[in-house]
Design a protein around this ligand. Structure first.
Ligand SMILES: C[S@@+](CC[C@H](N)C(=O)[O-])C[C@H]1O[C@@H](n2cnc3c(N)ncnc32)[C@H](O)[C@@H]1O
Length: 273
């Protein structure tokens, strides 16, 4: 046992010293894996890295330059601490989907440190607004600090809550933020994988989607959203049309992932918007 621990320790040390360390042998990645129980309860790794990211961004990224803030976050994840952002590779799939949707009103489930919201806000039209829902108030504080530094704070409405909180957040979206029938053009699902399908159903039940609304779902393969994947496949050509993007889990090129980009087919709607 001792020999195994020593061998892992040595491998991590050699890996850290190499010019291009492998993600799975980086201490920051292993720390995140060991912190998975803490992550499940609080959605923070438990070593303060989310707050450290906000500090790093404010120190190293040019103020009011969203592209530079995204670059600095990716740099932090590759070279300092691994974070569960959508990342640069899958982020490009997200960017293209936002461009295709040409949205006015967008909803994100799972803000974390605000990385995907930065990418979405950078790509969406200048008159569009992103509503980003986050379960953890501590994560919402980190994201707000980063968005304000990037100069796009006024284009994103951060909301602490979940769509499963007995209607509180759904009512807030409807009554405070004017979510109405067919008003939602784009949704990004990147929160609790077990809630993807239920939360999508809640959005559909509100009548907020319209013919051509686009829903992007991260991590369909890993950690995996099997219920959601089965649903989208069963609905292909009926109520949804889905493109399955083969890609990799964030910040490495070994473990694969799949991102679903699904377009809503509203059988009751005869014309597009
Ligand atoms: C994978 S991270 C999101 C990463 C972020 N989209 C990005 O790419 O920068 C998942 C986030 O979802 C949040 N979360 C978990 N369950 C949630 C729920 N039911 N509703 C809203 N947010 C939730 C967690 O607190 C965590 O911050």
């Amino acid at each position: 046992m001792l020999a195994l621990v020593a061998a892992i320790g040595l491998a991590v040390a050699v890996n850290q010293c190499s010019g291009k360390p492998i993600l799975f042998l980086r201490w920051s990645f292993l720390r995140a894996v060991f912190g998975v129980r803490h992550m499940g309860a609080t959605w923070q790794v438990g070593d303060g890295r989310e707050q450290a990211l906000a500090e790093y961004v404010c120190t190293n990224a040019r103020r009011n330059d969203v592209g530079d803030v995204i670059r600095v976050i990716d740099d932090f994840c590759y070279h300092k601490s691994f974070l569960i952002n959508v990342g640069d590779e899958k982020g490009q799939i997200l960017d293209r989907a936002v461009t295709t949707a040409n949205p006015h009103r967008l909803l994100e489930l799972g803000t974390y440190c605000g990385y995907s919201a930065l990418r979405i806000a950078r790509t969406m039209p200048s008159d569009a607004t992103l509503y980003s829902i986050e379960f953890s108030s501590a994560n919402a504080v980190v994201a707000r600090r980063i968005w304000d530094h990037a100069g796009i704070g006024d284009r994103i409405v951060g909301i602490v809550g979940t769509l499963g909180d007995d209607g509180a957040t759904l009512s807030k979206l409807r009554d405070e933020f004017g979510f109405a029938c067919s008003a939602l053009d784009f949704v990004f699902l990147d929160h609790d994988k077990a809630e993807y399908l239920r939360d999508l159903q809640r959005i559909v039940d509100q009548g907020w989607l319209h013919q051509g609304s686009i829903v992007v779902a991260d991590n369909v393969k890993r950690p995996g959203a099997p219920e959601y994947r089965a649903f989208m496949r069963s609905q292909e050509g009926l109520t949804w049309h889905t493109q399955e993007h083969q890609t990799h889990l964030e910040y490495q090129k070994i473990v694969k992932d799949v991102v679903f980009e699904s377009t809503y087919i509203d059988r009751n709607e005869s014309t597009t918007r």
